[in-house]
Ligand binder design. Structure first.
Ligand SMILES: Cc1cc2nc3c(=O)[nH]c(=O)nc-3n(C[C@H](O)[C@H](O)[C@H](O)COP(=O)(O)OP(=O)(O)OC[C@H]3O[C@@H](n4cnc5c(N)ncnc54)[C@H](O)[C@@H]3O)c2cc1C
Ligand code: FES
Ligand code: FES
Length: 1332
């Protein structure tokens, strides 16, 4: 680079090819390099923080000491390219491709239906591939571990795991009974329950078709790198970037000298701490020292005293080293190692453990560090080195607090860590509590060590260190001192002045003090019990039920069966309808060849756009100073509202703010620059001055207080509710709070706008569910007719409702930039911005009053719901309507009143989200039923059954329907789950265990599909047949991962009677099918399928005379003849769909074309001491009628269920009282991971029945499964209720979703929760507030 000192050449290999980078910039990550420099777009960006696994690649290195080649998965978004000197990188493209040869991993993940949108798939492939490079026949546990750091928002993980299991030793049979044999093979299938057993299939893919894994076929490690490792270069390598210089010395001596010269320069090893910190703080270190080539930092040595591990060893290596020592040494010597191992299993994902070094972990001193508390109580010592010599410092409380006297000196480096063996009589324990058990930073954690006087129960020595309670790991020194010499009983440990840490717990920035304090108490209790239960130390107060405190939940590999009805044996083989056909793009997803919006290569003169958003929730914009930003290199322009040639959004929702901002995250202006880095740097330089305005309304409570609503109340009423309340035996009133949800589509919002040279034409490539809406919005924004604007959607990396409306805003802003600058403009949102700017599912606050008889019959139900709509209307009115329409769920209650209102608050607008109000609203109804059951002393399932629709009836809005399939699903689910017998087992378990409780719940579902407006029930398709016989199908639906294109080709194949291989779908485009409706509301395949069918039937009709004339002819013959005879081989199909109607005045209508029914039964176990839970089993029965593609439909049900489970259990958005969203990435916002899948997960599709309105009587299953995730929530509350009953507490506790560990713990109130000092709200301003 011009003006920079000469850099060394950076040499590494990518997919077997040598890369020589002469101007390697230390700030460039491997991900950026792959995408931008090498054009390898298979590796994906989804979070940029190391937390999602989408950018996983494999790195191979030759160990300079052992000379062995190590293959390990890493996160490309955190790896600086400069750290790759001498390494070989394998990306998904290097593993295999459709064009050359597929790798078995790629083939199997696709054919096992492990891909939906496919955005996570390359990362999954790479994690599995790396595992297989190291273990060609891994265990299922190893497979789970390898995939633990990869997130998928679509599939629910089951099919991904299934594909991986085909490589595992234990891969045969579902092994539900532990006999290694599938239960189906054990004759347990009841043929009457799901139709004739011969009709029922449990195979979604044919394993025997898979090509075998042949490890000899893998890419070899480049011989050049091998030679390099054998004769390592000792010279220092230097790479100069624009702002940062990377120096990589070859010897320890050089490193130490460099440290003297650059004492401020940090050492970079894994960059998993430094990298995210630099990104979030915008901090730049001008010099970075890389000790990666220094062998002394990788040394491991053992003595009779303990183990010394080089600071440069990765955490994965540390895990292996410790595991080896544990297997070799007696248990009493390995207490500390075992405790470390326990945490090393759950610390981050495999990729981070492969990258992160022990030294980096210790020196980072994260307050949530999992290892430092254990190392501290285990008396570890740090071996430090400097040019002046060596010295040791203890890894003490003082070191962890960063006290200068106990810390490294600037010129020192950490060479190794000595961890002594534990002694006889010593017990070391590790504890952590996180939002979910794996791949989540701990909220609080602890290491505890106790030494008992030999042969006695007297505590000789005790140390306890806690993480997460303050700015650093803290030690409970005072408590420990007090306890020395005392007897070891649970009580003694517990009562030992826990108050010591309370003040620091109160000052916690991230989590509520309650949680930390109760965790602290819990851990002390658990520690006490562990000690007491040791041989020879049995205490009378640790009776059997209390021993349930001892163990944390372990990870179990999920098993399960998926059942569906096979097609009729008479159906022609060519006809794919009803068969589990693989997703059309499955193989492309798995090889990285599937192109997403941002994979489109850079076009000439392209600019990158970055958005400037409001930092205030409600304020007047006083001034915007762009001057500094405009002066920065590469910045071409800044787009403000004044640049909009047409309309700036709507009156209610401006595209770019003018004068006033209504929420934090509202878009104010946008920078267009030559590169993304320049654009992002420039937005930091735009200075906006605000004048704060009142009121700032963040919560529903505040909105109600201020009478701040977005639209009028929606209300439905039937019967005479007041009269009914007078005649009932009992009345219960309650409240339900349901938090919001982030869509967390793996592909963030993206758009590329390319202005053409003629006639104001624009091509827009956009990740959206509604290209017609993008076209319309761009048209009105630019004041250009729609016929000049073509929107293209190839595929979308997940939408879930979040890309219906918002993508048009991004499209329009980028289009203004493109028109103003005359350049193509690309806008790709960072995960942080995506989460900040776009709203999600509406949080809900519901109040109910229910009147019922003592036998559980509900006579009157009054529900009032408020949703937090955010600052503009968006979809809030329709969500409120749907919420109210759907609140009755599956229940026939004569006297009802449902009311709903959308609150206007100063938060980003909430919008459409899978289920559209149903998952939140119906939680109120089901909570109310649970409360009735508790009051009547009945089982909730009995009350549900009693009040369910039984015969043909009318809904509250007088739409007639038959609940036959609802009852079938319910009965099947009861039967399949063996609920009756398992209830008894759960009761027996709960009697025996005080600290662990199990819970069970079965939930019925009646879900109405479709939009509420008639104009949305239409679709069109365009089918061309080319003269070679190939068919191009285009329709109005967008491929979001839900397999709509696959289903459409199945339809076309049946109609044209030719195999799917003749057909192709290229993209969805406003130029081929105009005026499309959003692909949403579960009806995409219904309506587009009918349009495709229509087009194909028109074409076939035209071909009929030709076919009749030459019945033995081939398809190609007929097409050729048709062309000769001048018969048009192109047809438009159209479907005029359902006439939706709803009269809100009268409260009557036919708003929905049909219902999907289902039922789910879940069992969980909760830990009353920590609030954690484990999902033991889920059985789902879903009414798919005649599934077009059972693999895709089961995938939708499972994916939606797991997403619903996330909504109700782990996904918690945190807002400040000022309306700032804190949770802006996968670190802070926990969507389910592979370890959250229920241990047993069975899904059955109810055998066929007829639905005249839909294509081949299939049903749309896109959304409904979401609500079934609530069965896990109700199983948790069932377990909580069991705990409360035992503790003589009232069962009518306030229901709050998600059921986080904190909520569960506090709901299982006991003597420990009593000890927590209650916060006086007047004395502090909370860090975060609930907005529902
Ligand atoms: C997605 C994600 C999830 C995570 N989850 C967890 C979790 O659940 N629990 C947990 O405990 N941690 C977690 N971590 C933190 C992780 O353990 C640390 O980031 C990691 O151990 C740091 O090691 P590193 O090699 O990457 O350090 P780097 O980022 O390379 O360096 C960190 C710091 O250490 C200094 N340093 C490094 N080596 C030396 C040395 N030899 N001598 C002197 N100074 C040195 C550097 O100067 C720098 O300041 C997570 C991190 C990520 C990114
Ligand atoms: S882990 Fe790299 S993009 Fe998410
Ligand atoms: S398929 Fe995994 S995120 Fe879409």
């Amino acid at each position: 680079m011009l003006g920079l000192p000469q850099s060394d050449e950076l040499v590494f290999f990518v997919n077997g090819r040598k890369v020589i980078e002469r101007n390697a910039d230390p700030e460039v990550t491997l991900l950026t390099f792959l995408l931008k420099a090498l054009g390898l777009t298979g590796t994906k960006y989804a979070c940029g923080r190391g937390s999602c696994g989408a950018c996983t690649v494999m790195v191979s290195k030759c160990d300079p000491v052992s000379k062995k080649i190590r293959h390990f998965s890493i996160i490309a978004c955190l790896v600086p390219i400069c750290s790759l000197y001498g390494a070989a990188v394998t990306t998904v493209e290097g593993v295999g491709s459709i064009k050359t040869k597929l790798h078995p991993v790629q083939e199997r993940i696709a054919k096992s239906h492990g891909t939906q949108c496919g955005f996570c798939t390359p990362g999954m492939v790479m994690s599995m591939y790396t595992l297989l490079r190291n273990h060609p026949q891994p265990s299922e546990e190893q497979l789970m571990e390898a995939l633990g750091g990869n997130l998928c928002r679509c599939t629910g993980y089951r099919p991904i795991l299934e594909s991986g299991k085909t490589f595992c030793m234990e891969s045969n049979g579902c092994q539900q009974k532990g006999a290694g044999e599938c239960c189906l093979a054990q004759g347990e299938e009841d043929p009457s329950s799901l139709g004739r057993s011969s009709d029922i299939s449990t195979e979604l893919f044919a394993k025997d078709e898979f090509q075998p894994l042949d490890p000899t076929q893998e890419l070899i490690f480049p011989p050049e790198l091998l030679r390099l490792a054998e004769n390592p270069e000792e010279r220092t390598l230097t790479f100069h970037g624009e702002r940062v210089t990377w120096i990589s010395p070859g010897t320890l001596k050089d490193l130490l000298e460099l440290k003297v010269k650059h004492p401020e320069a940090p050492l970079v090893l894994g960059n998993t701490s430094l990298g995210p910190a630099m990104k979030s703080q915008g901090h730049v270190h001008p010099i970075l020292l890389s000790p990666a080539r220094i062998s002394e930092l990788s040394m491991v040595s053992t003595t009779s005293e303990g183990l010394t591990i080089g600071a440069g060893c990765s955490l994965a290596q540390v895990k292996d080293i410790l595991a080896e020592r544990v297997s070799e040494l007696p248990e009493e010597k390995t207490q500390t190692y075992r405790a470390l191992l326990k945490h090393l299993k759950s610390l981050a994902g495999q990729q981070i453990r492969n990258m992160a070094s022990l030294g980096g972990h210790i020196i980072s001193r994260h307050c949530y560090s999992d290892l430092n508390p254990i190392l501290a109580v285990g008396s570890a010592t740090l071996n430090l080195r400097s040019a002046g010599g060596a010295r040791q410092v203890p890894l003490s409380e003082h070191f962890l607090a960063g006290l200068a006297s106990a810390d490294l000196r600037p010129e020192e480096v950490l060479e190794s860590v000595h961890i002594p063996h534990s002694q006889k009589g010593e017990l070391v324990s590790a504890f952590r509590q996180a939002q979910c058990q794996h791949n989540a930073w701990a909220h609080v954690n602890a290491g505890m060590r106790v030494l008992l006087k030999e042969g006695t129960d007297t505590i000789e020595d005790l140390s306890i260190a806690f993480g997460g309670l303050g700015a650093a790991t803290v030690s409970a020194r005072q408590s420990c001192q007090q306890l020395r010499g005392s007897k070891c009983t649970p009580g003694s440990v517990l009562c030992s002045g826990s108050s010591l840490l309370w003040p620091s717990a109160h000052s916690l920035p991230r989590f509520s003090s309650n949680q930390s304090v109760q965790f602290l108490l819990t851990r002390k209790e658990r520690e006490g019990k562990k000690l007491s239960s040791k041989d020879g130390l049995q205490y009378p107060d640790v009776s059997d039920p209390f021993l349930s405190a001892l163990e944390d939940f372990s990870v179990t590999v999920p098993q399960g069966v998926q059942k569906y009805q096979s097609v009729d044996s008479r159906q022609p083989l060519q006809d794919p309808v009803g068969r589990p056909i693989m997703h059309l793009s499955g193989l492309k997803h798995a090889t990285g060849e599937a192109m997403f919006c941002d994979d489109i290569p850079r076009v000439e003169k392209e600019l990158f756009m970055a958005l400037v958003t409001s930092t205030r929730a409600h304020a007047k914009i006083i001034s915007i100073d762009l001057s500094k930003a405009l002066e920065l290199p590469g910045v071409v322009d800044v787009i403000t509202a004044e640049d909009i040639p047409g309309t700036n959004g709507t009156e209610d929702e401006k595209l770019l703010a003018v004068d006033e901002v209504l929420c934090v995250g509202q878009i104010i202006c946008a920078v267009a620059a030559e590169t993304d880095v320049q654009a992002k740097r420039a937005i930091e330089e735009i200075k906006i001055t605000y004048e704060d305005l009142e009121p700032v309304i963040v919560t529903i409570e505040d909105a109600i207080k201020h009478n701040s609503f977005l639209c009028p109340e929606k209300k439905l009423e039937q019967g005479n509710i007041e009269e009914a309340f007078e005649k009932v035996d009992q009345i219960v009133e309650g409240e339900v709070h349901v938090g919001g949800q982030e869509h967390f589509y793996m592909e963030t919002q993206r758009v590329l706008v390319i202005p053409k040279t003629e006639d104001n034409e624009l091509d827009i490539y956009v990740s959206t569910q509604d290209p017609a809406h993008v076209q319309k919005t761009v048209s009105s924004t630019l004041n250009i007719p729609g016929n000049r604007i073509t929107c293209h959607v190839k595929r979308v990396g997940g939408g879930f409702g979040g890309k219906v409306g918002k993508s048009a805003v991004f499209g329009a802003i980028a289009a203004v930039g493109a028109i103003k600058t005359g350049h193509p403009v690309r806008l790709v949102l960072d995960r942080e911005d995506d989460m900040l700017i776009t709203g999600g599912r509406h949080p809900l606050f519901g109040k109910y009053k229910v009147g019922f008889m003592n036998n559980g019959r509900i006579k009157a139900l009054d529900i009032e719901c408020f949703i937090n709509g955010g600052c503009t209307l968006d979809d809030s009115e329709q969500v409120t309507e749907f919420l109210v329409l759907k609140l009755e769920n599956a229940y026939k209650i004569r006297n009802l009143r449902f009311r709903g209102r959308a609150c206007r608050t100063n938060l980003p607008s909430n919008t459409a989200f899978r289920g559209y109000g149903f998952p939140q609203g119906t939680l109120v109804t089901e909570s109310c039923i649970t409360a009735v059951a508790a009051k009547c002393g009945l089982l909730p399932e009995k009350v549900r059954e009693k009040n369910m629709y039984k015969t043909v009836d009318k809904t509250i809005y007088k739409q007639a329907f038959s609940p036959e399939n609802l009852i079938r699903c319910w009965d099947e689910c009861l039967d399949k789950s063996s609920l009756g017998s398992r209830r008894k087992q759960v009761e027996a378990f709960n009697k025996k265990n005080y600290w662990k409780k199990k819970g069970l719940a079965i939930i019925p579902m009646k879900f109405s599909v479709g939009f509420g407006a008639t104009s949305y029930h239409q679709a069109a398709a365009l089918v061309h047949i080319y003269t070679d016989g190939s068919v191009l199908v285009t329709h109005g639906g967008n491929e979001l991962g839900q397999g709509i294109h696959t289903k459409m080709l199945q339809v076309a194949s049946r109609e044209l009677k030719i195999p799917m291989s003749y057909m192709h779908i290229c993209e969805t485009s406003t130029a081929t099918v105009p005026n499309t409706i959003a692909t949403a509301a579960s009806i995409g395949s219904d309506v587009n399928g009918r349009a495709v069918q229509n087009a194909c039937q028109i074409l076939l009709k035209r071909l009929e005379p030709i076919i009749k004339k030459n019945p033995e002819g081939s398809w190609e013959d007929w097409i050729e003849a048709a062309f000769e005879q001048r018969i048009s081989l192109s047809a438009t199909g159209y479907f005029r769909g359902y006439k939706a109607f709803m009269d809100w005045e009268k409260g009557e209508g036919d708003p929905f074309p049909y219902y999907v029914y289902g039922a789910a039964c879940s069992e969980v176990e909760i830990d009353c001491l920590t609030g954690a839970h484990k999902k033991i089993r889920t059985d789902i029965v879903m009414d798919a009628c005649c599934s077009l593609n059972p693999a895709i439909d089961i995938g939708q049900v499972e994916g939606a269920f797991i997403q619903g489970m996330g909504l109700y259990t782990t996904e918690e958005l945190k807002y400040s009282p000022e309306g700032v969203l804190y949770s802006r990435g996968p670190d802070d916002y926990k969507i389910p991971t592979i370890t959250d899948v229920p241990e047993e997960f069975n899904v059955s599709l109810l055998p066929a029945s007829q639905t005249p309105l839909t294509i081949y009587s299939s049903k749309g299953l896109g959304e409904s499964g979401m609500f079934l995730g609530s069965s896990v929530f109700f199983a948790i509350t069932d377990a909580v209720a069991a705990a409360r009953r035992e503790r003589d507490l009232a069962e009518d506790f306030t229901v709050k979703s998600p059921a986080t560990p904190e909520w569960v713990r506090m709901a299982c109130a006991d003597r420990f929760t009593e000890m927590i000092p209650r916060d006086d709200p007047k004395t502090f301003r909370p860090w975060s507030i609930p907005i529902a």
